[in-house]
Design a protein around this ligand. Sequence first.
Ligand code: PRX
Length: 712
Amino acid sequence: MSKKGDKEAEEFEPDKGSEAQIAVHWREEGYFFPSAKFIGQANANDPSILERFSEKNYPECFKEYADLLTWDKYWHTTLDTSNAPFWKWFVGGRLNASYNCVDRHLKTDRNKAAIIWVPELEEQDTEVITYQELYCRVNEFAALLKGFCGVETGDVATFHLPMVPDLPVAMLACARLGVIHSQVFGGFSGSACGGRIADSKSKILVTIDGYYRNGELQDHKVKADEAVARALEDGVVVEKVLVFRRNPGEYASKSPMVEGRDFFVDEIMPEYKGKLVDPVSMPAEAPLFIMYSSGTTGKPKGCQHSTGGYLSYVTGTSKYYQDIHPNDTYWCAADIGWITGHSYIVYGPLALGTTTVMYEGIPTYPDAGRMWRIAERLGVTQFHTAPTTIRTLRKVGPNEPAKYNYHFKHMTTVGEPIEPDVWRWYHEVVGKGEAVIVDTWWQTENGGFLGSTLPALNAMKPGSCGPAVIGIFPEILDENGDVVEAGSGHAGNICIRNPWPGIFQTIWGDPDRFVKTYYEKYNKDPKSTDWHDWPYFANDGAMQAKDGYYRILGRVDDVINVSGHRLGTKELESAALMVEEVAEAAAVPVVDELRGHAVEMYIAVKPGVDPNVDVAAKVTKMIESEIGKIARPKNVWIVADMPKTRSGKIMRRVIASISNFTDVGDITTLANPDVVTDIKHYVESEKVAAGELPRDLSSAELQSILNFGSEE
Ligand code: PRX
């Protein structure tokens, strides 16, 4: 059993600072400690690991991660900084990611479960894929990609797949061939997928006819048609669309198969059954995959991850931070369409030869006990999810976990800040007071964890991710580049001083944007090849307590984090501007009880627009079709004018304050301060009428609004 530490409650002195150094004051939480039982079996329970990964041993310390892999050729240079900040790790080395995740386990673990897939419908059978079966499927799909689609090493293949086993099989098949995969989250719209196909210039799209969501079979193939059409607008021709079928022998979609372009995988597969394809020995720096993420401008960024550095980093952090042992049954309930799923459902766990669980559906289908039934039936040892899911499960079934006989040794939270109260429910009720928790802070760009407690060696503190992970050396900088001291009660921009093997290599096709977004702000000398001159700017606000633990406050750029997923304000606004009546659009975050934040849109219509047109409904529909349902705005407010600076920029922070019933601050410098009063009156009264009452925001929630919007 864990015990609560001293409950010394400490208030940070409210302090006046510049906006970059917002003073943060909240109650310090007490510590929680891992159980002796957990410590006894943990992969990292010897404090010497902290010394091994200390700064004086950097960057050679990461040899320990790379040595968890099987290399075809060992590398000669751990870190090459000659083309800063385009870092190269394990230079000279060659390896294959598919071999490392599959083939090398066959000798000892051929018939052990590699993937256990749980369909959403409880009446459908769970599918157990052994390492041998995974080996066969990966080889066969690789043979098909090569033989039928003619893909070659270095090409890009786009997937638009939901949580079905075909997804990791397709990823590993690409990795086997040295083909770069680009998986687009299954819940994204066809148009969003098409934009990503065009950006990556992919000629292949792998999709499925349908999948289950909340008990209903969704028509997914229809999105492939939209995606192909959207890619064509940018001049990219998708030559082949491979369509898996969710239920064998049936076709779940209304969309016709296009002759010569669309092919059912099950119809072409017989020719490739039993075929083997040699894994291609890839240079460590060869790209393994692209993962798109939102940023400050409209176009999503294709984060390009390497083979050797990425795989080493996710394998090492899976071993020490997820405490994965070969005999565990590890369940990360994220979607493989996000980086968490790539790193901590597929690559990390499979490289370590453990059993990884995949679940197709939503956590509350058919009821609030579903997750715990899965955990009980499969004997899950580690559970990994996001605060938004924890909040939902707490709301709909606070007493459900106690009804099921499962026992987690370890649990993870990821993707957004977790409120201490929600953390405590996770610990006491879901973890039954037994499981250790890691709150892992990181980003699509990072490959793996940046901030987390080492589960057997560091005490947990609700609401803080903990110290930096081993081999990561952060600093919090103010707008002038000066360090904000730990324990000062001030927040600033969290940066990582050093490169690490999991860091993405570049933005696909846009190296200038890569440098500009992540390095320019704090770079000390653009010509320098010394990594010390290139702090990585994470675009998150954070503060460090006296004990060295970090509390992440949220994005400082124009990104809204909805249920742990990043949505760019510019992407939302460009979608809204596609509605012909819309003249101006602004997207802002609003604190949401379950999702962390939700999106609210402010719209100014063009003069002379017919008042009978429901512009708000059109905006919502357009956002859903351009981005996906995940981005659906909570409210769309039609306003006469937007608050603007004298140079004509929309003050998103001011309208974000209105949406959240918080103080709009000093608006005297605006070009049109009067509109603020009008908008405030209109929005607040509508909200109150709809039962959306103001409530006291926690300091973390308040910070997330105050921090928002870098562009003014
Ligand atoms: O603001 C941080 C928040 O999520 C952002 C990264 O989102 P994404 O690239 O989609 O990756 C999510 C999964 C790794 C970060 O910039 N974030 C992520 N984890 C945490 C977090 N905020 C607070 N605590 C976390 N543990």
